[in-house]
Design a protein around this ligand. Structure first.
Ligand SMILES: *[C@@H]1O[C@H](CO)[C@@H](O)[C@H](O)[C@H]1NC(C)=O
Ligand SMILES: *[C@@H]1O[C@H](CO)[C@@H](O)[C@H](O)[C@H]1NC(C)=O
Ligand SMILES: *[C@@H]1O[C@H](CO)[C@@H](O)[C@H](O)[C@H]1NC(C)=O
Ligand SMILES: *[C@@H]1O[C@H](CO)[C@@H](O)[C@H](O)[C@H]1NC(C)=O
Length: 325
């Protein structure tokens, strides 16, 4: 309709018949409704031959409402509708009219914009930190004019592209990442890598604007901290187990290492206290004693006794002494 009027106006003025055209100002051109990070801004170019007195009035509407006034009598070439209670799901259009004194142009309508599907999502902010031969990528969503990215979109994923600095053609991508912290661990040590991230959403037609390219060097190979922790834990567990075993079986162990000297059986009768009455009557006047030394080192040979396991490290008990007179 407006295009038709425009064609008529142009045709009429081109023909030199100025009766219709003289009452109308020339119209703004290139009228477009734009949205960046969920704002809503109408922009236009001034008509040809415009003067500094020219002002503009704009209106907007969603497909569910009538036109409402946006900006009145402004001299700039854009009007921001964002503050006027716009909805994330709204399907909007705008229009603009040029005014000069009493004269006015026809309205010029813009394109339609549905905010959540058409808005241009700005670039995320990316920061990198190196940890050994890996890089941790932290992504911050762009700030939107209304709501947050995750309020507007249920499905938000990141497409992380990374490459060795200077080898852009060998870039690798991890798509569909839902976390905003990602560790890149297929990297080489002491190498500079660059990372760029784009956001994909479930509803928007386009991915976000790509992030700034951020580069960072990886560090040296190093054991992951959990490996060191595991090793320390195992060592401690073994030490504790050993300690427990030693405490519980201390008797057996000490007997094994340092067996008590046992007398060969035929000496035991000599050590036993005499019990017969005759003997008791004789004592304490006289005890009949034979001196007999049992020496650990060679007694197996001398006495043929079964004590083979006399530990050499054990302190020797004093020799059993049986005296004989
Ligand atoms: C805009 O300018 C026109 C003409 O100069 C005037 O009649 C109108 O009241 C103005 N509108 C506003 C909202 O100031
Ligand atoms: C927005 O509304 C216009 C006019 O009603 C319609 O032609 C257009 O298809 C709508 N856009 C969407 C995405 O629904
Ligand atoms: C990208 O870099 C430019 C210039 O260094 C900076 O102004 C801009 O804020 C950066 N963008 C983001 C999303 O960090
Ligand atoms: C991820 O980004 C790379 C580089 O821009 C692109 O080639 C690839 O198609 C993207 N993948 C998805 C699933 O968006």
């Amino acid at each position: 309709m407006s295009a038709y009027i425009c064609v008529v106006v142009l045709t009429v003025s081109a023909l030199g018949s100025s009766t219709v055209a003289s009452e109308l100002l020339k119209r703004p051109t290139n009228v477009r409704l734009t949205s960046h990070n969920m704002n809503l801004v109408l922009k236009w170019d001034p008509p040809e031959g415009t003067t500094s007195d020219m002002v503009y009035t704009t209106m907007y509407r969603s497909s569910a409402t009538d036109y409402r006034i946006g900006c009145s009598n402004i001299s700039s070439f854009e009007c921001d509708f964002t503050a006027l209670k716009i909805s994330q799901y709204g399907n909007y259009t705008g229009r603009v009219q040029a005014l000069l004194g009493e004269e006015s142009s026809n309205w010029v309508e813009s394109n339609y914009i549905t905010l959540d599907t058409d808005t241009v999502i700005g670039s995320p902010t990316v920061s990198l930190s190196s940890n050994g031969p890996t890089l941790e990528v932290t992504i911050q969503d762009p700030v939107l004019s209304i709501l947050t990215l995750r309020d507007v979109y249920n499905g938000v994923t990141y497409n992380i592209t990374y490459w060795k600095k200077g080898q852009n053609e060998k870039a690798r991508s991890i798509a569909n990442m839902q976390q905003n912290r990602v560790v890149l661990n297929d990297l080489g040590p002491r190498t500079k890598y660059c990372v760029q991230v784009q956001i994909n959403t479930d509803k928007n037609r386009n991915p976000s604007q790509p992030s700034n390219i951020t580069c960072e060097s990886t560090a040296n190979e190093q054991e992951a901290p959990w490996v060191a922790a595991l090793v320390a834990f195992v060592i401690m567990a073994v030490a504790v187990a050993l300690l427990v075993v030693v405490v519980v079986y201390w008797k057996s162990i000490s007997q094994f290492l340092c067996p008590k000297d046992a007398l060969p059986p035929h000496f035991e009768s000599l050590l036993a206290h005499p019990k017969s009455n005759i003997y008791l009557q004789l004592s304490p006047a006289e005890e009949i004693c034979h001196r007999c030394s049992i020496i650990a080192g060679d007694r197996t040979v001398e006495e043929g006794d079964p004590l083979e396991a006399a530990g050499s490290s054990c302190s020797q008990q004093p020799d059993v002494i049986v005296e004989e007179r």
